[in-house]
Ligand binder design. Structure first.
Ligand SMILES: NC(=O)C1=CN([C@@H]2O[C@H](COP(=O)(O)OP(=O)(O)OC[C@H]3O[C@@H](n4cnc5c(N)ncnc54)[C@H](O)[C@@H]3O)[C@@H](O)[C@H]2O)C=CC1
Ligand SMILES: O=C([O-])CC(=O)C(=O)O
Length: 329
């Protein structure tokens, strides 16, 4: 195989999502079975030793597609020549921390990383922000990278999308593969809105198949939106393998495209579609083609959906105002 390896930078490489993610990237599941990859792992100094241990294990897998592993605690080194960047490492909320403190702490991570991407990444860089609060962290990184097209910064809502697919499949008694055109709107937070009104279940309108608005409002939406908290409660740790899986799905779709007649959900920069203020990184229904996400246009938004989309978008606006106030964007 003579193809030049694709440089994939992963931050927070020694964390639990990193551990579930790196082996799948190296095995070819991120970009495809014939695309060699070179991994660049970014950690904070305290995480370097564990990242080295993971790199030893990656070596021990003898993945034919893996063309190198570099580890650094310097963003300027880790993003050098990066074609794909998965920004996983973030500052978790700790006891007594207000949302403003969390945004500020993450600003200290995502602003310099955005600048390092701006200054060192390859021209075709694609960025997925996983670390929470993902949408606003993506906005901070994007603002620090004025030379990179804004649409290259995305935030992960694919885990929410996959959670919604699974819940709807269970309710309607079909395989997940028979569900199409589901949408997550808004923020990757408890205000997100999983929308089935345009979705199809085995070719039929999902809302009509379910035919139970109360189930949508009282069971489906809160189950999907609060699934992260339910996993933490059950596992004693946050979603890791499913988050890594969603990151793989997001980038794979971005690079390889969506299936005809279907779409997915991703946090992408708003162009004002559906009344979402321009510039916010909000989840939308998106298709992907030729390495670009496009927001699906022309969907009718009913009253039930409108109020829920607006609530989540308002939260995104408040987060944007907060980071603006902190001078982070
Ligand atoms: N968007 C989504 O759907 C989801 C997002 N998440 C978020 O993903 C993030 C990571 O989760 P886990 O891997 O479980 O956390 P973790 O705490 O196990 O790992 C985070 C890693 O990031 C590293 N790190 C911290 N600051 C860094 C920096 N400035 N540069 C490089 N590395 C840095 C830490 O040393 C640690 O190894 C969290 O913010 C979590 O809330 C988790 C699940 C789903
Ligand atoms: O809250 C967290 O850290 C985990 C998370 O985002 C999720 O599982 O959706």
């Amino acid at each position: 195989m003579t193809r030049t390896p694709v440089n994939v930078t992963v931050t927070g490489a020694a964390g639990q999502i990193g551990y579930a993610l790196l082996f799948r990237i190296a095995s070819g599941q991120l970009l495809g079975p014939d695309v060699p990859v070179a991994l660049r792992l970014l950690e904070i100094p305290q995480g370097l030793k564990a990242a080295e241990g993971t790199a030893m294990e990656l070596d021990d897998c003898a993945f034919p597609l893996l063309r190198g592993i570099d580890i650094s605690d310097d963003p300027n080194v880790a993003f050098e020549g990066a074609n794909v960047a998965l920004l996983v490492g973030a500052r978790p909320r700790t006891k007594g921390m207000e949302r403003g403190d969390l945004l500020e702490a993450n600003g200290g991570i995502f602003k310099p990383q955005g600048k390092a991407i701006n200054d060192h990444a390859a021209d075709d860089i694609k960025v997925l922000v996983v670390g929470n609060p993902a949408n606003t962290n993506a906005l901070i990184a994007q603002a620090a990278a004025p030379d990179v097209p804004a649409e290259r910064f995305t935030a992960m809502t694919r885990l929410d999308h996959n959670r919604a697919l699974s819940q709807l499949a269970k309710k309607t008694g079909v395989q997940v593969s028979e569900i199409k055109k589901l949408t997550i709107w808004g923020n990757h937070s408890a205000t997100q809105y999983p929308d089935v009104f345009h979705a199809e279940v085995a070719g039929k309108n999902a809302a009509e198949v379910v035919n139970d608005e109360q189930w949508l409002a009282d069971t489906f939406i809160p189950t999907v939106a609060k699934r992260g908290a339910a996993i933490i409660e059950a596992r004693g740790a946050s979603s890791a393998a499913s988050a890594a899986n969603a990151a793989i799905d997001h980038v794979h779709t971005w690079v390889n495209g969506t299936d005809t007649g279907d779409w997915t959900s991703a946090g992408v920069v708003s162009d004002g579609s559906y009344g979402v203020p321009e510039g916010l990184i909000s989840s939308f229904p998106v298709t992907a083609k030729d390495g670009r996400f496009e927001i699906v246009q022309g969907l009718d938004i009913n009253e039930f959906s409108r109020t829920r989309i607006d609530t989540s978008v308002q939260e995104l606006e408040e987060e944007r105002e907060a980071v603006r106030g902190l001078g982070l964007i």
